[in-house]
Design a protein around this ligand. Structure first.
Ligand SMILES: *Cc1c(COP(=O)(O)O)cnc(C)c1O
Length: 223
């Protein structure tokens, strides 16, 4: 199966309005370009340097999403081109994104990453941290970011009920935050959840953005 065919097959099964991010992390520029040539324009990376290298080598009409843990000192590498950062989990990081976006005269979309999995290792906010974050006074002074929704990763598990419960939880978190803080903000609308192994469940539970790597490019080869 070719990359283009894989993308086509996945897209054919998606309900209208759901955004597919082709997660090109660890893939070469050539392989990423193959996906581009098949017509796809939305890509996701999880390392700042790798994202910057690819963005400068590939066509400018790609919409880049950053989906990995982001250190504040790496924000400047992606600020010139990134469309959305899915992994915002601290005010310190948001401050840095705002600052670098401003230098580039851009608005960067940001998703609040929530810890929804039962594994200890995954990054993200819990509800109390999110409330503190959203209510922090600094946030109103940031004019070069736009908070457009939430992101989460389910437990890596074959237990579909567990995965479904975690996605349901993220949807509930989204709805509560929307109602409580962003009711009048139409741009707060995204729920980024679902990967190769669980995106179908994620869509059933209300995902608006899925992040798919393996099902498009095949198994990753970590060097
Ligand atoms: C790698 C990654 C993905 C894609 O995972 P696949 O299982 O290959 O589809 C999605 N989201 C995040 C945050 C990732 O790091």
């Amino acid at each position: 199966m070719s990359i283009g065919k894989n993308i086509e097959t996945i897209k054919a099964g998606l309900p209208e309005g759901i955004k597919l991010i082709a997660v090109s992390k660890t893939q070469s520029i050539e392989v990423t370009h193959q996906a581009y040539q098949s017509g796809h324009r939305i890509f996701g990376e999880n390392k700042a340097q790798e994202a910057a290298t690819k963005a400068s080598a590939l066509p400018a009409d790609i919409e880049w999403h950053f989906i990995g843990h982001l250190q504040t000192n790496k924000v400047k590498l992606i600020a010139p081109f990134v469309n959305t950062i899915h992994s915002v989990d601290s005010i310190k990081l948001l401050y840095e994104i705002d600052k670098e976006a401003k230098k580039n005269n851009r608005i960067i979309k940001c998703l609040l990453q929530f810890h929804i999995a039962s594994e200890e290792t995954k990054f993200g906010l819990d509800m109390q941290e999110a409330i503190t974050f959203i209510e922090s006074p600094e946030i109103k002074t940031f004019h070069n970011i736009s908070i457009t929704g939430v992101m989460g990763m389910a437990t890596f598990s074959s237990d579909q009920n567990l995965v479904r419960r975690e996605f349901k939880n993220l949807k509930e978190i989204f709805s509560w935050i929307k109602e409580t803080y962003y009711a009048n903000q139409t741009e707060f609308k995204e729920i980024s959840m679902g990967m190769s192994g669980d995106y179908q469940i994620a869509i059933e539970e209300g995902s608006t953005i899925i992040r798919v790597g393996t099902a498009i490019f095949g198994e990753r080869n970590y060097q």
